[in-house]
Design a protein around this ligand. Sequence first.
Ligand code: PGA
Length: 252
Amino acid sequence: MKKKLIIANWKMSPSSLAEAEQILDSVDEYLGSLNETELSLIFCPPFVFTEEIGKLLRTSHLEHQAELGAQDVFWEDKGADTGEISGPMLRKLGVRYVIIGHSERRWKLGESDEVVNKKLKAALRNELTPIVCVGERIRDKNFKKFLKNQVFATFAGLTPDDLRKCIIAYEPVWAISSNLGAKPDTPESAIESIAVIKEKLSASPCLYGGSVNSGNVRSFLSKEEIDGVLVGGASVNKEEFVKILSVIQEII
Ligand code: PGA
């Protein structure tokens, strides 16, 4: 099986650095118990913990298995932009990856495809690997058309070389946050969407995200078309996250 990527999107959790450290300690302990592993992780903590998490990742078993990511970036590199964080700032903290266009930003905060596109270009300009989220809001008869349009607008103006540098996360909006009542997609229907995405982005790895847990991660990752998972809620539950990793460890 080819290498699978696991992205932990901590969103606006945990509530303290001490709790964040406990999550990393659990993962570190688990990795330390393995003779060898191909697990490949990216942690995307809230901005306020970025620097500390970066340090912890460099001083543990996580050093070889995990990279530091951020959950967003502003589209300008400098300027008078209250509340925003720039690509160069992230780079200085050792961030290598950044989530762009998460549905919670698109739909709760009104980020348009145009804004997402500008942020994507900022990430690439600053040599941050973008983890670009796409996905339909509702699974109706028009979902393929919706996805095509979203992908087209999100990646507008990028060269084939730029596209190759992106990681795609297919996250159907209706499947995100099982703790708020959502149901995960099925691997079969996720693959149908990934095929639409791959029409434009054939060279980019494509992950699935939306209510991934230790009970369903195997079914998603056993599909050749799914190159990894983006885990939200379950990635800040240390027991559940380690369980997810142990299932993945069994199948890679
Ligand atoms: P979830 O979130 O795993 O809690 O559904 C995934 C995401 O929003 O990235």
